[in-house]
Design a protein around this ligand. Structure first.
Ligand code: UGA
Length: 428
């Protein structure tokens, strides 16, 4: 089938490349002509493991191409996937202006009837409203994405589920045709109405956020009670009704999706008349995690003013160069405004972090970041930080203090090397 993908970002590119791999002919377009030029040269302008290879494979096969001309992308396809950003507005609701203008442009330019699949995360009711706005020639389908950054290729090629929301039988048929190879492979394929598909997407991200906040609230409890959150979560995870996923205590959740989707979901259901206060609490508890790490550092150093604190990891999680709402940057800002000198290293996100928080003294490797530091803080659990040599860390640092903001380091090895090692959710 011929498909257009509108939006060449962290959702659009993996979506397009995977549709190419499934055998479709895909044209990707974006309003950012430079981004398209970069992609045409086979370069992905952000860090996503395996994506560049998949893009180049698609280009070489002739099934994947990039164009800065929407009319060119829309020349002939039966479906267009909308993969544009839906950021937060000042009240925390989803700002749908980019989505609406992309949808308007597609509907205006498309030569014939078209299925418009909305991949972007949107509040419930958006597909219905778009359908009213665009008229009957454009059949709007809610088809939310479930791509984790750092694992987007895997999630696009082997999704945990595909959910397709439409009440139009022809659109349902066409979407099934697009996803046929995945359905044949046994991917759970859920057909429903658009509103249910939209709620399902927000429900998943809000639930993941809720798990993280639940464990971080437990971490605060354990710190006060002299208990150990790692053992508490091990006991919880042994029960497969609970499971182990998203129960890692730490600095909290960040990224482009979880924080904004949590708020957008709360706002969307408030507009419908439901007060989902639980979601507001999840947000509040998430902020406490950075406060708790800051308090740890402050008490370990007897105040942070004039001290040098080294942040290991700046991305919102490992496997990405994205620093959007990264807890590491929240901590960096907090430390800098309290008078600390903040150094930092991240294997992928250094430049993005520096652009956001210029106060961070960016280092080229972890040991350089640790040079003369009074305290090291693990903010993002990149594998390479687990392999740091405690003796070498001790040699370069001014004081042997480690705050493990992701409970991912070998505390025994650090303690043996003479460090004062503190992790989240345990008495200091
Ligand atoms: C999230 C969802 O996991 C995807 O399913 C969804 O498709 C995507 O948002 C989206 O809506 O596009 P992502 O933003 O890549 O994906 O982030 P996650 O991997 O879910 O991690 C979110 C945050 O939670 C990270 O900051 C991570 O460090 C934190 N986290 C996760 C914890 O603090 N503890 C945990 O146990 C798990």
């Amino acid at each position: 089938m011929r498909i257009a993908v509108v939006g060449a970002g962290r959702v659009g590119v993996p979506t397009a490349a995977s549709l190419g791999r499934l055998g479709h002919r895909v044209a990707v377009t974006d309003v950012d002509a430079r981004r398209i030029e970069t992609l045409q040269a086979g370069t992905v302008p952000f860090h996503e493991p395996g994506l560049e290879e998949l893009v180049r494979e698609g280009q070489a096969s002739g099934r994947l191409r990039f164009t800065d001309d929407l009319a060119d992308a829309l020349d002939g396809p039966e479906a267009a996937f909308l993969c544009v950003g839906t950021p937060s507005d000042p009240e925390g609701a989803a700002d749908l202006s980019a989505l609406q203008s992309a949808a308007d442009a597609v509907a205006m330019i498309a030569a014939g009837p078209l299925v418009l699949a909305v991949k972007s995360t949107v509040p419930v009711g958006t597909a219905d409203r778009l359908a009213d706005r665009l008229g009957p020639a454009t059949r709007v389908v809610a088809n939310p994405e479930f791509l984790r950054e750092g694992r987007a290729v895997e999630d696009a090629l082997r999704p945990l589920r595909v959910i397709v929301g439409t009440e139009d039988p022809a659109a349902r048929e066409l979407m099934r045709h697009i996803y046929d190879p995945l359905i044949d492979d046994g991917t759970p394929y859920i057909e429903t109405d658009p509103r249910t598909a939209e709620v399902a997407k927000h429900a998943c991200n809000a639930f993941l956020a809720m798990k993280v906040s639940y464990v971080n609230a437990l971490a605060r409890v354990c710190e006060l009670a002299g208990a150990d959150v790692e053992t508490v979560t091990a006991a919880m995870a042994a029960d497969d009704r609970i499971g182990a996923a998203y129960l890692e205590a730490g600095l909290g959740f960040g990224g482009y999706c979880l924080p904004k989707d949590l708020r957008a979901f709360e706002r969307a259901v408030a507009a419908l008349g439901y007060d989902f206060g639980l979601l507001r609490e999840v947000d509040r508890v998430n902020d406490e995690a950075v406060d708790a790490a800051f308090a740890r550092i402050e008490s370990a150093l007897d105040g942070v003013s004039g001290k040098r604190v080294a942040l290991l990891g700046l991305a919102f999680k490992p496997g990405t160069d994205n620093v959007t709402t990264s807890p590491a940057l929240a901590l960096a800002r907090r430390l800098a405004s309290a008078g600390a000198t903040v150094s930092g290293f991240d294997p992928q996100a250094g430049a993005n972090a520096k652009a956001e928080v210029p106060e961070v003294d960016l280092a080229g490797d972890p040991y350089a970041a640790l040079e003369r530091a009074d305290c090291a803080v693990l903010c993002t659990e990149w594998e390479e930080f687990r392999e740091l040599d405690p003796a070498r860390m001790r040699d370069v640092m001014a004081l042997p203090v480690v705050v493990d903001g992701r409970n991912a380091l070998d505390g025994d090895a650090l303690t043996r090397a003479g460090f004062r090692y503190m992790r989240m959710g345990a008495a200091p």
